[in-house]
Ligand binder design. Structure first.
Ligand code: UD1
Length: 367
């Protein structure tokens, strides 16, 4: 078998923990040459470099520097720069992960050059086309050659949209591999103690979706809700750069800063953040991935969204969709109930990267 150059594309924070287990697994194979392509969508140290360090990734082989700008500007820049890279150094296989602009942008560049593309975390659907990520999922899945899914609902979506079943492989949840790879360091990290908090005695908050943070009234109502929630549970709020910018612009930051029971932190590195998740009593979030991580760890998750592309976290996990009007009531119910305890979902077992390597081995002859 020839040595296959495999591009692992990553651009935004939630991508880095998805490529890491795969990079490490492929590095052990003598037929594979995994190369990391960082689009530059996220560029701050806290949003990017700290993840490479925690996840023991080398510096990217290629850095496209395509961060910032509107969706159109950012995606166009990614497409243009990745096309140029592929023309100069064509890979044997391109792997894109998740649902961010970098996922879709690089899939488009590669397919226009007729390069084989695999999508890891394929088939998830929220059914909400106002979400930029849903558009990215639809486009990426419709042009990828290999669709590697995390759960049976994802397979069902792809089959219903007419995808050939031979292109689909249920590989499981790659984020659980990243967690398991670092679970020892995560458990022994002492961020919770450094903050003067005790395990299961605080709530963790993250918010960054445009639908929650871009409108002044909505964000104002959420801030008021968090102030109220902090009366029953101290909160740690890890603030995304987008959210920080909006809180400051809308004059809402001071309210949060003045509340002693809310600890405001910047974006956290992977190990520190997962240490906060695993020790929390509950998580309040609008993230995609955190719905899965809390389900795996058996931690109640209140998701401030109208829908989720990860329904398994509701049907089989600890997740509940809430609104600004319902989350206080739901939080009370959570605090009145015992902790759910760790849950088992098939193929969320830390072995997803090795199943992906098996898939690549099988397709290697045709690429
Ligand atoms: C992106 C993803 C989203 C993911 C999120 C995780 C898309 C469409 N969205 O959203 O799915 O959940 O990442 O964080 O791809 N910024 C910085 N520093 C950085 C990166 C961004 O200050 O390192 C600022 C940007 O300048 C911009 C804002 O944060 O003002 C948003 O960044 P962007 O990458 O466009 O989208 P996210 O909201 O982070």
């Amino acid at each position: 078998m020839n040595n296959i150059i495999i591009h692992l594309v990553a651009g935004a924070r939630p991508n880095f923990m998805k490529i890491a287990p795969l990079y490490h697994a492929l590095s052990k194979e003598d037929w594979a040459d995994p190369q990391i392509v960082h689009t530059g969508q996220h560029y701050d140290f806290d949003m990017s470099d700290s993840f490479f360090r925690d996840l023991q990734l080398p510096d990217p082989t290629y850095h496209l520097g395509a961060g910032g700008g509107s969706h159109g500007e950012q995606t166009a820049e990614i497409i243009k720069k990745y096309e140029a890279l592929c023309l100069e150094n064509p890979p044997g296989l391109v792997i894109v992960v998740g649902d961010v602009n970098s996922t879709m942008g690089c899939a488009i560049s590669a397919k226009k050059l007729c390069l084989p593309v695999a999508h890891l975390e394929a088939g998830l659907r929220s059914g909400d086309r106002t979400m930029p990520e849903e558009i990215n999922r639809l486009i990426t899945d419709s042009i990828s050659d290999y669709l590697w899914t995390p759960s049976p609902d994802a397979d069902a979506h792809l089959l219903a949209s007419g995808v050939d079943k031979d292109s689909i492989c249920l590989v499981g949840n790659i984020m659980i591999d990243a967690y398991e790879m670092l679970s020892g360091s995560i458990a022994s990290y002492d961020l919770v103690e450094q903050l003067g908090l005790s395990s299961q005695d605080y709530g963790l908050v993250t918010l960054h979706r445009p639908s929650n943070v871009d409108d002044r009234d909505k964000l104002g109502a959420l801030v008021d809700g968090l102030l109220e929630a902090s009366k029953s549970l101290p909160l740690v709020f890890s603030v995304h750069p987008r959210t920080r910018e909006r809180l400051v612009t809308f004059g809402l930051m001071k309210k949060l800063e003045d509340e002693a029971r809310i600890e405001l932190l910047g974006p956290q590195n992977y190990i520190g953040f997962m240490n906060l998740v695993m020790n929390s009593r509950a998580v309040i979030t609008d993230s995609g991935g955190i719905q899965e991580e809390t389900t795996y760890l058996g931690i109640p998750c209140l998701t401030l969204r109208d829908n989720t592309e990860r329904p398994i976290t509701i049907d089989r996990g600890t997740n509940t969709l809430v609104s600004v009007d319902t989350f206080l009531e739901k939080l009370k119910a959570v605090l009145a109930s015992p902790m759910p305890g760790r849950l088992q979902i098939e193929n969320w077992d830390g072995n997803t990267a090795s199943r992906v390597v098996d898939c690549i081995r099988k397709i290697a002859k045709s690429i």
